[in-house]
Ligand binder design. Structure first.
Ligand SMILES: Cc1cc2nc3c(=O)[nH]c(=O)nc-3n(C[C@H](O)[C@H](O)[C@H](O)COP(=O)(O)OP(=O)(O)OC[C@H]3O[C@@H](n4cnc5c(N)ncnc54)[C@H](O)[C@@H]3O)c2cc1C
Length: 322
């Protein structure tokens, strides 16, 4: 917060500069100035969107992997990491045992380490995990709308409520926010392939504290709360034009990703959870078991998670070149 105030005075610009920090896991007052590099990347390097949607990045990776001879097995949930004499020999799924020279766990770190590994092979304790500060979760609405929304752009940040109150309700007194800020993404503004002509494809995102109950009634309450504001901004009804609607929050993150406390962005980026202070890339109990992804180094986000894969690949290679 202090760093941002060296460069900006106008309250609207300050909100714009500080909003991304909401996803990092602390209020602007408690976030290291180092993270202003996120603003720099946004403003100086630009915000990028893969044509066809985020899934195109996954398709690109799959194509490269297959070209290199990788065989991907889909719908195989790992239920056990098999360990013999301090080394893993492979993993077990519902369909059988998959032998391996080394295992790299790319799923939620806590899930593999605390739920899939047998207790004697775990290198952290439940108390360690409970003392971690998690980044926020999200309440999301994926919508298809059968009309154009002329007053929206691809990226829209709704700062029509008090930023510090929302941050307080995420970090200091975790609870459903009273008057949340939200983000509306309308990719059909720049990408005609994601919605039929004359229609829009959008999602609404409300950052919320992790580890909250998210019953249907609560989700609906927030749907109407933010829709009221969206419709006011657009100057016309949207709800009656919604032809597809799906909400997504904590329990979906847990069901689909085994996400610890239903978090959406991994560990909070506090100084005490940075670099070597993050959960380790390598198990210190099982010599050929590695971890990758947003809960280990370098951290959350698509680019850091990809870099994490690159770093762990280097570590595995080192071991096998010995
Ligand atoms: C709403 C939202 C918006 C975001 N926006 C951005 C953004 O704009 N920019 C950005 O950089 N980042 C963004 N992020 C963060 C980014 O998506 C994550 O940091 C990143 O995808 C994490 O990658 P990962 O590989 O660690 O985990 P994941 O992508 O979650 O991959 C882990 C995989 O493991 C699977 N899995 C879990 N358990 C098992 C098991 N037992 N056996 C086998 N497989 C298992 C899961 O199903 C999943 O497919 C956003 C996240 C959310 C939720």
């Amino acid at each position: 917060a202090k760093h941002a105030r060296k460069f900006f005075i106008h309250p609207k610009l300050l909100k714009l500069i500080e909003f991304p920090v909401l996803f990092l896991g602390a209020t602007p007052e408690n976030t290291p100035a180092l993270y202003s590099l996120m603003n720099y990347a946004d403003l100086a390097l630009g915000t990028w969107y893969p044509k066809g949607g985020m899934h195109q990045i996954v398709r690109g990776l799959v194509a490269v992997a297959e070209e290199l001879g990788v065989k991907i097995e889909y719908n195989q949930e790992v239920r056990e990491v098999v360990v013999e004499n301090g080394r893993t020999t492979g993993v077990r799924t519902a369909t059988g045992f998959w032998p391996a020279d080394a295992v790299v766990a790319g799923a939620d770190y806590h899930h593999i380490e605390q739920q899939v590994l047998a207790p004697e092979h775990r290198h952290y304790s439940p108390a360690y995990w409970d003392s971690r500060t998690m980044a926020p979760s999200s309440l999301l609405f994926y919508l298809g709308v059968n009309r154009k929304l002329d007053r929206l752009r691809h990226h829209n940040l709704f700062f029509d409520e008090d930023f510090s109150q929302h941050a307080h309700e995420i970090y200091e007194a975790p609870q459903w926010p009273s008057r949340p800020l939200f983000y509306a993404s309308v990719p059909s503004k720049t990408d005609p392939t994601v919605a039929p002509e004359g229609q829009e494809n959008l999602f609404l995102l409300v950052p919320v504290a992790p580890d909250l109950d998210d019953p249907e009634a609560t989700r609906e309450k927030y749907y109407h709360l933010i829709m009221d504001r969206l419709e006011k901004h657009c100057g016309h009804s949207i709800r009656e034009h919604v032809v597809y609607k799906r909400s997504y929050a904590h329990r979906d993150f847990v069901a689909d990703y085994h996400s610890f406390k239903g978090n959406a962005y991994g560990l909070a980026n506090t100084l005490k959870q940075t670099a070597i202070l993050k959960p380790s890339l390598k198990s210190n109990k099982i010599s050929n078991l590695y971890f990758t992804g947003q809960l280990t180094v370098p951290g959350p986000g698509v680019p850091p998670s990809l870099i994490s894969g690159q770093v762990v690949a280097g570590e595995v290679l080192k071991e096998f070149k010995k």
